[in-house]
Ligand binder design. Structure first.
Ligand SMILES: CC(C)(COP(=O)(O)OP(=O)(O)OC[C@H]1O[C@@H](n2cnc3c(N)ncnc32)[C@H](O)[C@@H]1OP(=O)(O)O)[C@@H](O)C(=O)NCCC(=O)NCCS
Length: 172
């Protein structure tokens, strides 16, 4: 297995708006409904800044060699009559293809496992999102099947439902 890059997850802060702006390109949002308006993006930023104050929602920037490479986080979701963690991630194009997302997802597992609030973490990449589905497979998520999903609000999409049992998994 190739060596993973050294990354750090830092709680998303008010100074991190540029990373969201970087992620709001047509390329980065191809499977996420397309770029958001400036107003929506600012709303998202303000929401993420507040995440740090709660135990139910967590957003981080991925820090690599003194630079911000993207973001990753997890938050509570009701799924099949259970509260689970839903995870989400984005690595900026200049940093892609180096295993940064894999390292960040392992770091998310570690944080959620320590947190201990929920046993299962899910991810719902769109069926066509090859990179994100490969990431789930690679990091040990189990494919539960396809599902309908609403994202962004009001838009129905077809996704894969990936799940990891945080108690039954050790990072390599
Ligand atoms: C998904 C994403 C985070 C992956 O980031 P990354 O840092 O380039 O991923 P990694 O380098 O850690 O690679 C993870 C695995 O995915 C595979 N992969 C990456 N891009 C791929 C692609 N376009 N098609 C198929 N597999 C791909 C890699 O080969 C790697 O597997 P390997 O080590 O067995 O080769 C990045 O593509 C992204 O930000 N996409 C846009 C945002 C997005 O769609 N977020 C997810 C919403 S559900």
């Amino acid at each position: 297995m190739k060596t993973l890059p050294a990354i750090e997850l830092k709680p998303y802060s008010d100074a991190d708006f540029p990373v969201l702006q970087g992620q709001n390109s047509p390329e980065m949002t191809a499977y996420l409904g397309g770029p958001e308006t400036d107003e929506k993006l600012l709303e998202r930023h303000q929401k993420y800044v507040k995440f740090s104050d709660t135990g139910a929602e967590h957003m981080y920037v991925i820090w690599v060699e003194g630079q911000t490479a993207g973001s990753a986080g997890y938050w509570e979701k009701e799924w099949n009559d259970m509260t689970v963690w839903e995870a989400g991630w984005g690595v900026l194009p200049a940093f892609q293809g180096r295993g940064i997302a894999v390292a960040a997802v392992y770091a998310l597992f570690e944080k959620a496992r320590k947190d201990g609030r929920h046993r299962f973490m899910h991810a719902y990449p769109k069926i066509e999102n090859a990179a994100s589905n490969a990431l789930c497979r690679k990091t040990g998520f189990e494919l539960m099947g396809e599902c309908d999903f609403e994202y962004p609000k009001g838009v129905q999409i077809r996704c894969n439902d990936w799940r990891i049992d945080l108690l039954g998994h050790d990072n390599p």
